[in-house]
Design a protein around this ligand. Structure first.
Ligand code: ZN
Length: 159
């Protein structure tokens, strides 16, 4: 079966950034499952999957705009140290911030005695991403999966 709208797709991948650093991989795990045409995966990768089938392999490089978007500098903010409950705040810590658009995970990128700098950009924003992909299985989605907008079972949603 060819990958098209509403196909349930399982694939293995290794993700590297523009400098060749490995960011993520499904090696040794279940393949990732997604529902094609439902924005379960980044748009650039979903587009490349169209028309492929089980057994196909490909290496694709996706520009930031078709992955996690460009970095937005207004997502970086310096806030007073005293707004944080935690005693020990250090670079790399993650917090969930409440914003008008809902909860947002921010990472601490700087700390002084008076202020904490937090970055709300997605960790992969602004990065060119290369996916080394092997398509494992392609099947028709079930009615339930189509209603939910995602794939069930190993590598997908389990609920
Ligand atoms: Zn579901």
């Amino acid at each position: 079966m060819i990958i098209s709208e509403n196909a349930a797709v399982l694939f293995h991948y290794t993700l590297t950034d523009g400098e060749g650093n490995q960011l993520d991989s499904s090696k040794g795990k279940d393949p990732l499952a997604y529902l094609h045409g439902h924005k379960n995966i980044i748009p650039g990768l979903e587009q490349e999957m169209e028309g492929k089938q089980a057994g196909d392999v490909m290496v694709v490089t996706i520009a930031p705009a078709d992955a996690y978007g460009e970095r937005q500098e207004q997502m970086v903010q310096e806030v007073p140290r005293k707004t944080f409950q935690a005693e020990d705040i250090h670079v790399g810590m993650r917090f969930e911030a409440q914003t008008p658009n809902g909860p947002l995970t921010v990472v601490v990128t700087g700390v002084t005695d008076e202020t904490v700098t937090v970055d709300g950009n997605h960790p992969l924003a602004g990065k060119e991403l290369t996916f080394d992909v092997r398509i494992d299985n392609v099947r028709e989605a079930t009615e339930e999966e189509l209603t939910h907008g995602h794939v069930h079972g190993a590598g997908g949603h389990q609920h």
